[in-house]
Design a protein around this ligand. Structure first.
Ligand code: PAF
Length: 318
């Protein structure tokens, strides 16, 4: 299989590295937004036990894009549409497109003809990974990966072959018939942990502090109502338990949204609490808690550092 990993961030390099050293026969390349001005084709990887590797990057150009069987998108949700638009005219029909990002709602933003021509998968992972510097990452925690088709008609054997290839590279990868339920669970986790940690500038574990209990219940009861209108049945108590487990398991981690806010980068809030707000409007369901979090994080990310800390303090009190 000809595979292109798109994105030179922590997740992109994590998968690139494992696919590169995997015994599964693949032609692998990396499509990096910065590759036109990167003279360096070395990358640096530290595994979860501290073992360091140095590897070579094989960048993707027109030839690789034309021959790609799999496009593995490891970019943020708000970059999916633009990243695919750039390469779509060159792709052959029936390419496997893997979307590996936080949040939901990106599929609906893709052009209809693109959706009709390709097989689109959602991939969710709990691996912890940190970008130390450009092309330098650390695998901070071993996790698991779930994958499932969200659009397209692919033979189950082909889906299994793709899953098997990914599983050989970075186990454990499981194929699901109904990945949408897993996407909603991940969305619930992100709707709680990401904005709370970003607004209060705290590690994931502190989300379990009782001061956030009422707010977490409000976020989730709105999400459960919205999900029901989309035909997805979730249970608030079960979600709370799962989120507490994730917060405990990743207690010392800085959530992706908090990292983005601290680095003055765009966050994925539009596809997380913003997605719940959007579906609330569609189904005429009030989502005041998610709407407020969506707006506050949007404002936080667009301010300079002094105003940000003021907003965070207000967020604490509110
Ligand atoms: O976005 C993140 O940081 C992660 O998805 C999660 C699960 C919140 C853990 O940090």
């Amino acid at each position: 299989m000809n595979i292109i990993v798109v994105g030179q961030g922590a997740m992109g390099l994590l998968w690139y590295h494992h696919l590169a050293i995997s015994t599964a026969a693949t032609n692998l390349s990396l499509l990096a937004s910065t590759q036109h001005n990167l003279d360096d084709d070395n990358y640096y990887f530290s595994d979860h036990q501290g073992l360091a590797y140095q590897g070579k990057l094989n960048y993707a150009y027109d030839e690789e894009i034309k021959n790609a069987d799999v496009i593995f998108l490891c970019v943020k949700s708000f970059k999916i549409n633009t990243a695919l638009k750039k390469i779509a005219p060159q792709l052959k029909a029936n390419t496997h497109i893997i979307l590996a990002h936080n949040g939901m709602g990106t599929l609906a933003e893709l052009p209809k003809e693109f959706i009709n021509q390709h097989n689109i998968y959602a991939l969710l992972t709990t691996h912890g990974c940190l970008r130390e510097a450009s092309l330098n990452i650390t695998h901070t925690g071993i996790g698991i990966t779930d994958i499932g088709l969200v659009s397209g008609r692919v033979d189950i054997t082909e889906q299994q072959a793709l899953t098997c290839l990914l599983n050989k590279a970075l186990p454990c990868v499981k194929l699901h018939n109904n990945i949408i339920e897993k996407q909603w669970l991940k969305l619930a986790i992100n709707c709680v942990i990401n904005p709370i940690t970003a607004l209060h500038d705290i590690n994931n574990g502190q989300v379990n502090n009782h001061v956030f209990t009422l707010q977490i219940e409000a976020i989730l009861s709105e999400l459960v109502l919205v999900a029901k209108s989309e035909g997805i049945h979730l249970n608030t108590d079960i979600l709370i338990k799962k989120i507490r487990q994730v917060a405990t398991a990743t207690a010392k981690n800085c959530s992706s949204m908090r990292c983005d806010v601290l680095a003055h980068k765009q966050t994925e809030i539009n596809y997380i609490n913003g997605y719940v707000h959007k579906l609330g409007l569609k189904h005429s369901i009030a989502t005041p808690e998610n709407t407020q979090l969506w707006q506050t994080v949007l404002r936080l990310a667009s301010f300079d550092s002094s105003a940000s800390s003021e907003l965070r303090t207000n967020g604490m009190e509110g």
